[in-house]
Write a protein that binds this ligand. Structure first.
Ligand code: NI
Length: 146
């Protein structure tokens, strides 16, 4: 495993739409392991492919309940709303309040290509929305309401 460099705001890669993962190979496993290590090293609760320079639809999240890795994630259902402060490892030292759903249901694949479903509320719902936004070139600052 290795710690990768985190891309910072201003780098155009953060604004690109990522490609779906088609090959569930050793390279993908290494990328996910590195992303988890990089997220922990930076003391973050989520990290998406473009933040380590990879335009692939992958992200990792840990809101204190252990690591979750998502490949090709899609938000299938959103319920309610929440208004909480959010930050991003690509925008160090900044934060802002965003409107997010209170609860989301996400369908994705794991590193082996198997189908997985994650239901998240509160912080996990925010993290899921934030990381999936990264895969579409969207940053939380686009959604800050104050
Ligand atoms: Ni982020």
């Amino acid at each position: 495993m290795a710690i990768r460099n985190i891309v910072k705001q201003g780098d155009p890669i953060l604004r690109k739409v990522c490609r779906s993962v088609l090959n569930f190979d050793e390279k993908l496993a290494v990328l996910l392991d590195d992303m988890i290590e990089t997220m922990y090293d930076a003391d973050g609760c989520g990290l998406a492919g473009p933040q380590v320079g990879m335009l692939k639809r992958v992200c990792v999240i840990d809101v204190g309940e252990g690591p979750i890795e998502l490949v090709n994630p899609v938000i299938e259902k959103e319920e309610g709303e929440q208004f909480e402060s959010e930050g991003c490892l690509s925008l160090p030292g900044q934060s802002g309040v965003t409107k997010r759903p209170a609860r989301v249901t996400v369908h994705a694949q794991n590193r082996n290509g198997e189908s997985v479903k994650v239901v998240g509320e509160g912080l996990l719902a925010r993290a899921l929305c934030h990381e999936i936004d990264h895969l579409n070139g969207v940053l939380y600052i686009d959604k800050v309401i104050k």
